[in-house]
Design a protein around this ligand. Sequence first.
Ligand code: SF4
Length: 240
Amino acid sequence: MCESITRQASASAHLQVGGFVLYSSVDCPGQLAAVVFVQGCSWSCGYCQNAHLRSFGETAEGRWETVEAQLQRRRGLLDMVIFSGGEPLAQLGLQAAMEQVRALGFKVGLHSAGASPRRLRAILPLCDWVGLDIKALEADYPGLTGRAASGAQAYACLDQLLQSGRAYEVRTTWHPRLFSAERLLELAEQLYQRGVRHFRLQRLQARACLDPSLHSWPPVPEDPQLWQRLGQIFPDFMAR
Ligand code: SF4
């Protein structure tokens, strides 16, 4: 027992926290959740909205021990703790931090782009809900993330998630200048064939993007016809 606690505390001390939100009702459907923003991501998507979380390293915002102490005081007031980022799978301390959250009595959520199938396999049994980003068709990933293997990694994570039976949503951030509506529908059809039933289309917010050349892109227009076609593919669909 003592050995187990020591191991967990030691490992989670390496979780680099870039930010912490105490109460959120919008990050997991139906759950009042705290959100822990984990520092670091090795991909470089031009449309990243969390550029300040991409670098690895300790930040002034927080140590895991500080977050854990705040969670201790909120036992019984929150349903879930969601690990977001950055890319939480990039952090070795994620599993131990999740174990501690479960020990405090909270459910565990994860936001991920699917950058590590090996680490996802290890932590999936600890997760109650996963929001997984699928950015594009697998072949289009390198152009979006700057990483050759990123598509294979993300799709391996998707298959693991679907096989796990865990509650989930799959999210795709989209703008017609990123890829066409026809390509989006092709992606949606492929995701459905793969087993995805819960799908969210996230309209790209160009002004907040890491790449300044995207800032002049117009807002994604309402497209009732496109939304309707996506709604016909997935039994659970929402554009936001
Ligand atoms: S995977 Fe997510 S956090 Fe990483 S660069 Fe892309 S958008 Fe940003």
